[in-house]
Design a protein around this ligand. Structure first.
Ligand code: DO4
Ligand code: MG
Length: 283
């Protein structure tokens, strides 16, 4: 089952089930928002029990919102060999840190975004005005209940300024967390049990003026850590009263000569979930 948020014709924020080319708006009843539904023991059953309004055909005019309410967004790093290699190339000073964290028990986990910094499907993502080398990071993103249960998956884009991150590892929060730094959507796919990692393929395409200038694929089977391991570390002595989103790291990093340009369109597809597309802006 897929569930998302959008803005309807009366400019109200609505929650909807996504069903074969249609959005089916839900009457949330006593639930304040989608986040509260996701916090339930069985969100799929709750959504089935909520009343539905007439379906709307999914068209260009749908105003998508990221499927987030009050949750924090966290991210894991260096969970794929490709990310370890790219980070070691980018930063002489931090090469040994990235090498060690790839093999260590404790993963790299960092705070990525508050909800107001997150863009949904077709909303812009930003290149920092003071950055010169920027990439999207296509990441399978876990949707976690306040009890740290994985209730679903969504598509995530962990936008990164590689020149800032590479200059000094202490600049990581600035390379990662700023306005419009994170993409989530177009919806959350809810699962009773997750598919095997080999079935969760990730595809990144970058469109520049109608031409695909980057196109690569990976899958969760190449991850050096399990989702459950990452969630276990995130939840250590750390509480999430509204739940959380956890981006699980990138397995695709373009080679060093590649940087994003304003007006590029980034398309990230994950098998079994969908495609998140965002135009890139820079002020
Ligand atoms: O420390 C660098 C960030 C790593 C990251 O975001 C990733 O591997 O996805
Ligand atoms: Mg990342």
């Amino acid at each position: 089952m897929n569930v998302t948020k959008f803005i309807d014709d009366t400019d109200s924020v609505r929650v909807a089930r996504v069903d074969q080319g249609h959005l089916v708006p839900l009457q949330l009843g006593s639930y304040a928002n989608l986040g509260e539904v996701l916090a339930e023991a069985s969100p799929i059953e709750v959504i089935r029990s909520l009343e539905e309004d007439s379906p709307l055909e999914i068209s260009q005019s749908i105003r998508w919102l990221p499927p987030i309410d009050n949750q924090e967004v966290w991210a894991a790093g260096v969970t794929y060999k490709r990310s370890q290699t790219a980070r070691m190339e980018e930063s002489e000073a931090a090469a040994s840190c990235y090498d060690r964290v790839y093999k260590a028990d404790r993963p790299e986990l960092f705070f990525k975004a508050t909800p107001h910094r997150v863009s949904g499907h077709l909303e812009p993502l930003r290149i920092r005005s003071d950055a010169t080398w920027n990439v999207p990071e296509p990441e399978i993103t876990l949707v976690l209940s306040p009890e740290m249960r994985i209730v679903g998956l969504t598509v995530g884009n962990d936008m990164s300024s590689r020149d800032i991150e590479g200059e000094n590892p202490l600049y990581l929060p600035q390379a990662k967390c700023y306005d419009q730094c994170a993409g989530l959507g177009p919806w959350i796919t809810l699962y009773d049990s997750l598919p095997p990692p080999a079935d969760i393929g990730v595809d990144l395409k970058i469109d520049r003026g109608g031409e695909i200038v980057f196109d690569q694929q990976t899958s969760a089977a190449h991850m050096a850590r399990s989702f459950e391991d990452l969630v276990g570390w995130l939840g250590r002595d750390n509480s999430f009263p509204s739940g959380a989103f956890l981006m699980t790291g990138t397995g695709i990093v373009p080679t060093t000569e590649f940087t994003l340009h304003p007006d590029d369109i980034v398309h990230i597809s994950i098998n079994g979930i969908g495609t998140l597309s965002n135009p890139i802006v820079q002020s």
